[in-house]
Structure formats: C-alpha cells, structure tokens
Design a protein around this ligand. Structure first.
Ligand SMILES: N[C@@H](CCC(=O)N[C@@H](CS)C(=O)NCC(=O)O)C(=O)O
Length: 237
C-alpha cells in the first residue's frame, strides 16, 4: 500500500452510490469502517501480521452504506467482515483469531498454556468491559468508569515479562485497545479526567501501544471520537 511517511494512504470510504468490488475473485477483503472500534481490531491484526498486500481494505461510510453490502456480501450488514476463500465471515473477535490462524505473519497468540488461558479469560470479558463503559457514559461517568481501568491495571499485573496484557503484544491487546483509546480520550476531553493517573501499568501499556505502527495507523481522530460520543450519549455537553 502507498504511504506518506509512516502513514499508509487510506482508501476513501465507499457510499451508497459506489460500485461493488468483485466478489470471490480470490482477493481477501476486509469490509470495514475507519470509525468502528470492532473493525479497528481486525485492521490492527492485518497490519501487525504484515498483510497489507494480502488483505484489501474496503471501507464504508457507515451512515450511507451501499445496498449491495447487505444484499450480496454480508446479510448482517455490519462491519467488520472478511471475504476469504469463497466465504464472508464476521465478528471481530472471531476474525482476529481467524486471521492469525489462516494467514502468514507474526503469531498473535502465545503458546505458553498459562498465557493462553489468561488470554481466553480476558477475551471472554471484553464485551462486558466495553458495555460497562458505554453504560457509564449515561451518568456519573468518571466514577463509573473507574472499575474498568482498575480491572485493566490488575490484568496488566499478571505477567511481568513485558508491558502488554500477556507480557508480549497479542490479540488480547488488539481486542481491548480500540475501546480503551476511545474511553481515555472521552474522559480527558469531556471530563478533564486522566484515567491513567495512579495506574502506571495502564499508562505504560498505552505508551507502548502508541509505538506500534500497526496500531497507530488505525487510530481515529480524537476530535471525531469526542464528537461522536457527544452526539450519541450526551447532546447537552
Ligand atoms: N459484534 C460485532 C459488532 C460489530 C458492530 O456492531 N459494528 C457496527 C459498527 S461499529 C456496525 O456495523 N453497525 C451497523 C449497524 O448496526 O447497522 C463485532 O464484534 O464485529
């Protein structure tokens, strides 16, 4: 993919009038949206494994999706989905595992049984983690977001051979970071609260993740995050 400095050029999002790319022509495609945290997971995994030339991004303007996506590609009509080997698969947590298992590149899950077990446990908790936070946006946000960051700080204390959730970078970090990125930005911007204060492991985790191009290239503009959350959860702000 072409790059400007370290930042690859993002293909422009397709809208309702855009033509459908060929289906099942042998190209692997990630149907995505640049603003969706679920889709961001799969995008990070693809980048980290060096699959930029093997998995093509097909981004949408989600508010104005083409009808052919639901009709011909993915009836659930959500992003992300992955076209690969004559099938279209969905669900971001399944997709990051699928990409790890079915494509070349650095493995995204450790072999160590204790790490595997803890990794699966954390993956099984991520939906609740994100739900709790979105619920906190409905009132008493700072106070109600505290347990989520406390949970992360504790989880990061489990392995001390690296700054990531399983020590080394893995798909567990990929599952959490798109949401933590958004929560962190929203708390700072709308509540003047730095959730990493007094949480050295979370602060270090975010700092280290921000050194990984595969992740930073997928980050959403903080202002867009704030605008979206304001519009959806707190129009009074
Ligand atoms: N559980 C799904 C959630 C995907 C999801 O909710 N995607 C949103 C965008 S962030 C979407 O496509 N929404 C469109 C719609 O619901 O119409 C996953 O993990 O992939």
């Amino acid at each position: 993919m072409a790059t400007i400095g370290a930042q690859p050029i993002r293909p422009p999002p397709l809208s309702s009038t855009s033509e459908q790319p060929p289906l099942f022509d042998g190209t692997a495609r990630l149907y995505t949206s640049y603003t969706c945290p679920f889709a961001q997971r799969v995008w990070i995994a693809r980048n980290y494994k060096g699959l930029q030339d093997k998995i093509q991004l097909v981004p949408f303007d989600l508010q104005n999706r083409p009808a052919w996506y639901k009709e011909k590609v993915y009836p659930e009509n959500k992003v992300p989905s992955l076209e690969h080997n004559g099938k279209v698969l969905g669900e971001s947590l399944d997709l990051i595992k699928y990409i790890d298992a079915n494509f070349e590149g650095t493995p995204l899950f450790p072999n160590d049984p204790a790490k595997k077990e803890f990794g699966e446990e954390l993956l099984s908790q991520v939906d609740e983690f994100t739900r709790d936070f979105y619920n906190a946006l409905r009132g008493d946000t700072v106070q109600r977001s505290h347990p989520s960051f406390e949970f992360l700080e504790n989880a990061l204390g489990k392995f001390d051979d690296g700054p990531f959730l399983l020590g080394q970078f893995s798909l567990v970090d990929i599952a959490y970071i798109p949401f933590v990125e958004r929560f962190h930005v929203v708390l700072v911007d709308l509540f003047e609260h730095d959730a990493t204060e007094g949480k050295p492991k979370v602060a270090k985790w975010i700092e280290e993740l921000n050194k990984i191009d595969a992740y930073t290239q997928t980050r959403e503009d903080p202002q867009e995050i704030v605008d979206l959350v304001k519009k959806r959860f707190m129009p009074q702000k």
